[in-house]
Ligand binder design. Structure first.
Ligand SMILES: O=C(O)CCC(=O)C(=O)O
Length: 295
């Protein structure tokens, strides 16, 4: 494969977004998803739910590893609308950590209490204070014009705290923000942001998806290995980002054919300008976006 046949990394954080993300731990991008995609994703969610023996209409539903559950959802693995945010943080070792469908029906009682994303007893922040080791993209497919609709509720700036007085309660906290957004909005969230889920007193069924990314050496959150036949259906970047490896060693040392994942956005090349070109591409260091900003 020649360099030209690799894809350039899709856009990620703008400088303003990166500043806001560092301050609040979350970005809310309204109208990020076109209406036709909102409709396609809702149809796919409904197809997946309809064939799941655990789904009952009117009941709460969560489907992990949803990118493998329907071909329309597989496109979320490397979707240019959001994959660049993950690539900015995890660079050439980007991996899809987990993907979930959520259906929060009327009368949903906030089972999801205040928490940051796992792990909890020894959070990732113990090791990585500034950069999240998980980045969660939220795709909000139902209009949420007010609170009390099973909204996602978060505490801006809380990604800097490993303790939270209301942890594992449903208590309302001064400063909390219920996500009130039009259908087709996207969130980009640091895994350390404390959040909970609101009750749903409306007659609207809230449907959304989470697609999370991490470095490839971190354990994936919703699978061990992927079905090889499903992997065959994916494009090159999707296959790489799923990181479905036969050996644990591959997690830290991906095979040569998986490098580069993407070409650099700024230069269209597979290496940093100041790289050590004596080193084989497979193991040549490449900077992530925060490293580039710092250098
Ligand atoms: O249903 C939701 O909005 C979020 C669920 C949740 O808190 C989580 O998966 O960590």
């Amino acid at each position: 494969m020649t360099e030209n046949s690799y894809r350039v990394a899709p856009p990620g954080f703008t400088p303003d977004q990166w500043e806001e993300f560092q301050e609040k731990g979350i970005l809310v991008v309204e109208n990020a998803i076109p209406q036709e995609d909102v409709e396609r994703y809702i149809e796919a969610i409904d197809r997946v739910a309809a064939t799941d023996p655990n789904y009952a209409p009117g009941k709460d539903f969560r489907q992990p590893h949803c990118v493998a559950a329907d071909p329309v959802l597989s496109e979320l693995i490397d979707h240019p609308r959001h994959v660049g945010y993950g690539y900015d943080l995890y660079g050439e070792l980007l991996k899809l950590h987990r993907s979930d469908i959520f259906i929060r029906p009327p009368d949903y009682k906030d089972e999801s209490m205040w928490h940051p994303d796992s792990p909890r007893p020894t959070p990732y922040a113990v090791f990585s204070m500034d950069l999240p080791l998980r980045l969660c993209i939220g795709l909000w497919l139902t209009a949420l014009p007010h609170a009390g609709m099973g909204n996602f509720i978060y505490m801006p700036g809380s990604h800097r705290n490993q303790e939270f007085e209301q942890y594992y309660t449903h208590e309302s906290v001064p400063g909390e923000v219920p996500l009130v957004v039009p259908a087709g909005s996207m969130t980009v969230m640091h895994c350390g942001v404390w959040h909970r889920v609101d009750v749903n007193h409306s007659d609207t069924i809230r449907k959304n998806m989470f697609v999370s990314y991490c470095p490839s050496w971190l354990w994936e959150g919703d699978r061990r290995q992927c079905d090889p036949q499903w992997i065959e259906t994916l494009n090159r970047e999707q296959r790489i980002i799923m990181r479905s490896f036969p050996t644990a060693h591959d997690r830290t040392n991906p095979p040569a054919e998986d490098v580069p994942l993407f070409l650099a956005r700024e230069t269209g090349t597979d290496s940093d300008a100041d790289a050590n070109f004596r080193i084989p591409l497979r193991i040549r260091k490449r900077k992530t976006m925060p490293e580039k900003l710092a250098s």
